[in-house]
Design a binder for this molecule. Structure first.
Ligand SMILES: C[S@@+](CC[C@H](N)C(=O)[O-])C[C@H]1O[C@@H](n2cnc3c(N)ncnc32)[C@H](O)[C@@H]1O
Length: 243
């Protein structure tokens, strides 16, 4: 059977197809955009307060404190503190006799940390807006400086290590914690940093070059956020008693 269309019908029909195709493209674009936004939220969430409880289930902060021998009354720093997950744990650990210096280069993060401190009535945390190459810590004051999931972001790491060493008391410790993405093994430092990761070997050499004595080296401290490709490692470096 032959179907004949008038010009008008033909163009109306083509217009409907055009609309349907565009609607499909629009829906695909919307789906892709939503996927990107949700992924971004998930990545962000692991540092934000609403994820701190679940972070406590896969990250044993008390074990980190034991490794670093952090005690009540200590002066400690959290460099790259973000909104304060670790700073708040540290604040409770060192107590009223101790002090926490919470450093970040992002003022917006530090403003949120200030809110958390106010809501929890914690008064032993000093919030410091650092420079990218200087955490602006007090000199010869600190027992322990913790740098968690941040060292890989530091471009001028040797200068920062020098500042951290100056801020430590003789015999004070630096604790570096990183998540290592196993598939980046054998890649260059640059490539690893580009993938937001860093292997223990690079950092160990850098700590030694900066004059720290490595006292603890834990290659596998468990999974980062239950993701089997991301393993946590920990290094503790000690400043000489004579410096
Ligand atoms: C991936 S987040 C880790 C946050 C936190 N340590 C944690 O584990 O929840 C890295 C943080 O380091 C900060 N940062 C990056 N470079 C820094 C630098 N040179 N000095 C101080 N903070 C820095 C960023 O602004 C960000 O808040």
């Amino acid at each position: 059977m032959k179907v004949r269309y008038s010009f008008k019908e033909y163009f109306e029909y083509q217009y409907v197809i055009f609309q349907k195709e565009n609607e499909m493209k629009y829906r695909c674009r919307l789906l892709a955009f939503s996927f990107v936004m949700i992924s971004f939220q998930i990545i962000q969430a692991q540092y934000k307060e609403n994820d701190w409880k679940s972070r406590d289930t896969w990250m044993d902060v008390s074990k980190i404190f034991d490794l670093a021998e952090i005690e009540e009354g200590n002066n400690v720093a959290d460099v790259g503190c973000h909104e304060g997950y670790l700073s708040i744990h540290l604040s409770k650990k060192v107590g009223k006799q101790g002090k926490v210096y919470a450093v970040d280069v992002r003022k917006d993060r530090l403003d949120i940390l200030q809110e958390h401190l106010k809501n929890r009535a914690l008064s032993n945390v000093d919030v410091i807006l650092g420079d990218y190459d200087n955490p602006k810590l007090p000199l010869q004051t600190l027992d322990v400086v913790v740098v968690m999931d941040t060292y890989h972001e530091m471009e001028r790491y040797m200068i920062i290590l020098e500042h951290i060493k100056k801020s430590l008391k003789p015999g004070g410790k630096i604790v570096i914690i990183e998540k290592f993405k196993k598939h980046m093994l054998n890649k260059s430092r640059e490539e690893q940093v580009g993938a937001h990761t860093l292997s223990l070997g690079f950092v160990k050499s850098e700590l030694e070059e900066a004059g720290f004595l490595i006292s603890t080296e834990i290659k596998d401290f468990g999974n980062w956020k239950n993701e089997s490709d991301k393993r946590i490692w920990v290094l503790v470096g000690v400043k000489s008693n004579k410096e």
